[in-house]
Structures are given as structure tokens and as C-alpha cells.
Design a protein around this ligand. Structure first.
Ligand code: NAD
Length: 316
């Protein structure tokens, strides 16, 4: 039986990845200290093929059984979390990635780093291909996350080149679906929470900044396809359909049938103006394409999560 270890497996993306790997017949070891994830995300998983190890990967950790794949997702990921945890964010990207790469090396496992479109910063090239080196402010408040991920990418390539570890790097673009936290500060969970309560929808700036949004099942399929490939360089996985934040707010209002109005708030520091993946490489190497459009994905999110969870009943 194939064994996959998922760091951050009790988080939003990690828990969906654990579900899919179990469906595909893997044994799954989830390593997560629940810093930003929760047991609620994995409580539906039962059975001997799933193990949760509660540990902080900033310290060295070991697993006493064979491991074939290591999916390294653990990291604070939403601005609210990494602004609250700046030093931990840097340490997860550095120490945590070192320890997890060391574990992959010891087990001769294929290692996949969950990197991010944030390595492109406020991009001067549009859409962003993997060959673009980015435009990141290292000393701004978001620098702790962007630079932690850029360091983790450099470390991953060093373990590959110098230590012979079989590595892969995925640059994930904004992803949404059930199990997002209603108060994590990202656009889709915020807009859904506000719309479902008929409260004003808060758009930053004039709402003309663009994002592309990937539905979680498409993302998870991309991660597994990349892990199953032999490719070592970064690959963008994201939906190239690009929307302004204002269009997103209008789409959320339409899908939820909400009476919310749109209000405008100040732009956060270093908020990127545009964001759109060039997915030529993913198409060529992984034969991967996103399948779920925004309106369908929003409907699926509401159906899977339920309005109460999206509003945050009992979580605040
Ligand atoms: P999340 O916060 O829901 O999940 C992260 C998980 O990592 C949590 O369960 C948390 O408890 C765990 N974790 C954090 N620090 C840890 C530590 N020191 N030791 C052990 N576990 C730790 O975030 P997510 O949205 O699921 O993101 C998962 C990964 O994907 C992150 O690496 C993130 O950078 C990357 N990513 C996500 C998105 C997105 O749109 N969701 C976009 C780009 C990249």
C-alpha cells in the first residue's frame, strides 16, 4: 500500500488532500499541530489507514514506518494568520521545510512543496509563468509569508540538486471550497459570510484588482498529478479565469440571492493588483486543467459546507 504523509493535513487544503488520497487507497499520515487547522476538518475520517500526529514541524520529527510521498502543506496561509504569526511563518518555511525534506530524504520519498502564487509578489508580468522571478517586498508585512515560501523553494531545489531528493514544487493560486474559515480574512469566505447574512460586502480599494479562484477539487487533482509526475521545477496550479474583486462580490450576491450592498474599504499594504496563472506547463506536463467554474464552485461550497459553517455559527 502507498503511504502519503501530509503536513498541514488538518487544514483547509490538507484535509481535502487527505480525503482524496484515502479514496485512492493510500495510507495517510497527517502531521499537524492544529495552529490554524482543526480536528473538525478530519473528524469524519475513520479507520486504520489514517493517522494524525499532533506535532510542530518547526522541531525535528520522525515517522517510524515507510513513507512513499510527502506533501508539505503546513504553514500559516491566510494574511490574518501570518500577520499574527510572523516568526512562526518564517520558521515553518525554513526549519519546518528542512525537517520535512530531511524526512523525505530518509524515507526516499517523493516530496512536494506547497508553494504559492505570492512568490510572484505584485507581479510586473501578466499572466505569471513559472519563469517569472517575481516582484516581492521582503520587508513589508506580507514579506514573512512570501519570503518564507521563496526560501522553501530554494531549499527544496538544494535538497534535490545536492542531496538527490526527488522533489516537486507547486505554486498554488487562490483556492476555495468547504472548510475555509469564515473569519480567515480571504475574499471568498468573507464575501460568502457577509452575503449569507445580508450584511454589506467589504471590497478593498475600488475592487478593480484581479484574482483567479480555483475550486478545491481541481487543486487537489493538480497536486496529486504533480506528485505522480517526475517533474522537479515549479508548476503553477490555478484557474486562469480572472475576475476583479467587484465581479467576485457580484457573483457571490447572485449565487446566494443576497440583499447585501457592496461597500469599499482601504487597500491593505502590498495588496497585489493582478493575479492570474499561466498554466501552459501544467497542461503540458500534467495534462491538468481546472474543470469547475466560479459560479458552480461557489454553489458547491455552499452545498458542502452549509450556510451555518460559512457564517461561522459556533466558531466565534
Ligand atoms: P490552513 O491554515 O488551513 O492549513 C495549514 C495547516 O498547517 C493547518 O492545519 C495548521 O494547523 C498547519 N500548521 C501550521 N503550522 C504548523 C506547524 N508549525 N507544525 C505543524 N502543522 C502546522 O491553510 P491552507 O489554505 O490549507 O494552506 C495549505 C498550504 O497551501 C499552505 O502551505 C499555503 O501556503 C498553501 N497555499 C494555499 C492557498 C489557498 O488559497 N488556500 C494558496 C496558495 C498556497
Amino acid at each position: 500500500m502507498t503511504t502519503s504523509l501530509v503536513t498541514g493535513g488538518a487544514g483547509f487544503l490538507g484535509s481535502h488532500l487527505c480525503d482524496e488520497l484515502l479514496l485512492r487507497g493510500h495510507r495517510v499520515i497527517c502531521v499537524d499541530n492544529l495552529e490554524t487547522g482543526s480536528l473538525a476538518n478530519i473528524e469524519h475520517i475513520r479507520g486504520p489507514e489514517f493517522l494524525h500526529i499532533n506535532c510542530d514541524i518547526i522541531s525535528p520529527y520522525f515517522v517510524d514506518e515507510p513513507v512513499d510521498f510527502v506533501y508539505h502543506l503546513a504553514s500559516p496561509a491566510s494574511p490574518i494568520d501570518y500577520l499574527r504569526l510572523p516568526l512562526q511563518t518564517l520558521k515553518v518555511g525554513s526549519h519546518g521545510t528542512h525537517h520535512t525534506l530531511g524526512l523525505a530524504k530518509a524515507h526516499r520519498a517523493r516530496f512536494l512543496l506547497a508553494s504559492t502564487s505570492e512568490v510572484y509578489g505584485d507581479p510586473q508580468v501578466h499572466p505569471q509563468p513559472e519563469s517569472y522571478w517575481g516582484h516581492v517586498n521582503p520587508i513589508g508585512p506580507r514579506g514573512v509569508y512570501d519570503e518564507a515560501k521563496r526560501y522553501a523553494e530554494a531549499l527544496t531545489m538544494a535538497y534535490h540538486r545536492q542531496q538527490g531528493v526527488d522533489t516537486a514544487i507547486v505554486r498554488i493560486f487562490n483556492t476555495y471550497g468547504a472548510r475555509m474559515r469564515p473569519y480567515d480574512g480571504r475574499a471568498i469566505p468573507t464575501f460568502l459570510r457577509q452575503a449569507l447574512q445580508d450584511r454589506p460586502i467589504t471590497v478593498f480599494g475600488d475592487g478593480s484588482q484581479t484574482r483567479s479562484f480555483t475550486y478545491v477539487s481541481d487543486l487537489v487533482r493538480g497536486l496529486i498529478a504533480l506528485a505522480d509526475s517526475g517533474y522537479h521545477y515549479p508548476v503553477n496550479v490555478g484557474n486562469p479565469n480572472e475576475f476583479t474583486l467587484l465581479e467576485l462580490a457580484q457573483q457571490v450576491i447572485e449565487v446566494t440571492g443576497s440583499r447585501s450592498e457592496i461597500v469599499y474599504e482601504a487597500l491593505p499594504t502590498d495588496d497585489p493588483q493582478v493575479r492570474q496563472p499561466d498554466i501552459t506547463l501544467a497542461r503540458e506536463i500534467l495534462e491538468w486543467e481546472p474543470e469547475v467554474g466560479l459560479a458552480d464552485g461557489l454553489r458547491k461550497t455552499i452545498a458542502d459546507a452549509g450556510a451555518e459553517a460559512l457564517i461561522g455559527v459556533g466558531t466565534r
